[in-house]
Design a protein around this ligand. Structure first.
Ligand code: NAD
Ligand code: ZN
Length: 252
């Protein structure tokens, strides 16, 4: 089979016997669900300046525009579904003893596909909190309201709980992700340009500790020169085949 040839014997051996697996996913894993990526030529950022839509300065300068932008993205993710790559990753979690799925995505599609252990490095689109005092905001959101609601505690503007440019990643989530990268024997890098740090450092950490690195991306990235195998296919095509192979290898 072609995939087996592509991976080679050493990688297959690791897939068959390793105990600790981890994956880092990016916007590419949701592309086939119809959620635009950021850095592709047709991606979201091609039409807007990222700082205007995804930074505290941009939000304070124009809260209505930023709020409407996130309401639009929420609408998009509600209307799409997980694709075969998300489902394959959820299945993989049940096949190996130790599994950590680290994602840069904020769309919750991994959860919707059934993944249980998901580390969201950049937060998620479902939740909101106060931009002034940080209190979580759990009241119903009026989908048609043109402006963000106000915090009942302090009157500050409510914002989506995603990590914006210039902001720190949630420290506990990042620490868990780094631990998983250090421990992993096999590390998948799926649908990410690996250009946004500190997320992009995770595959390097795993590689330094001897993990077998496997990239799934139709396009090469700067990680491509160090990975042990690169599957140049859309994740929705590659992941089901890869997970099927892993299941077969581990049954032998
Ligand atoms: P990116 O846009 O920088 O890179 C996307 C990568 O996916 C590219 O390397 C591209 O070649 C690859 N790709 C495109 N289609 C693919 C497919 N079908 N299968 C596999 N790979 C495919 O995305 P990134 O690396 O995740 O950038 C990080 C930032 O973008 C993060 O901060 C993330 O929060 C944000 N983001 C999230 C979403 C989402 O939640 N779905 C969408 C857009 C951006
Ligand atoms: Zn507040």
């Amino acid at each position: 089979m072609e995939l087996e040839k592509l991976l080679g014997e050493h990688v297959q051996e690791r897939l068959a016997t390793a105990e600790r697996f981890a994956a880092l996913t990016g916007a590419g894993v949701s592309a086939e669900s119809g959620v635009a990526t950021f850095r592709d030529p047709n991606g979201l950022w091609a039409q807007f300046r990222p700082e205007e839509l995804a930074s505290m300065q941009g939000f304070l300068a124009n809260p209505e525009r930023v709020w409407q932008w996130y309401q639009y993205r929420r609408h998009v993710i509600e209307s799409v579904r997980p694709n075969p790559a998300h489902f394959a990753l959820a299945q993989l979690e049940t096949l190996v003893p130790d599994w950590t799925l680290i994602t840069q995505n904020v769309d919750r599609l991994h959860h919707r596909a059934g993944s249980r252990r998901v580390l969201e490095l950049h937060g998620n689109l479902e939740e909101n909190h106060c931009s002034r005092c940080g209190t979580p905001y759990r009241q119903e959101i009026d989908a048609d309201a043109p402006a963000p609601p106000r915090c009942p505690a302090c009157g500050g503007l409510i914002r989506p709980s995603v990590v914006w440019f210039g902001e720190m990643l949630p420290a506990d989530v990042l620490a868990d992700a780094e631990r998983a990268a250090h421990r992993a024997e096999v590390f998948f890098v799926i649908g990410t340009s690996a250009e946004v740090y500190p997320a992009a450092a995770l595959p390097l950490m795993a590689w330094e500790r001897g993990a077998t690195l496997i990239e799934i991306n139709p396009t090469a990235t700067h990680l491509s020169t160090i990975v042990h195998a690169a599957i140049r296919q859309p994740a929705g095509v590659a992941m089901p085949a890869l997970v099927e192979l892993i299941a077969a290898l581990r049954q032998r």
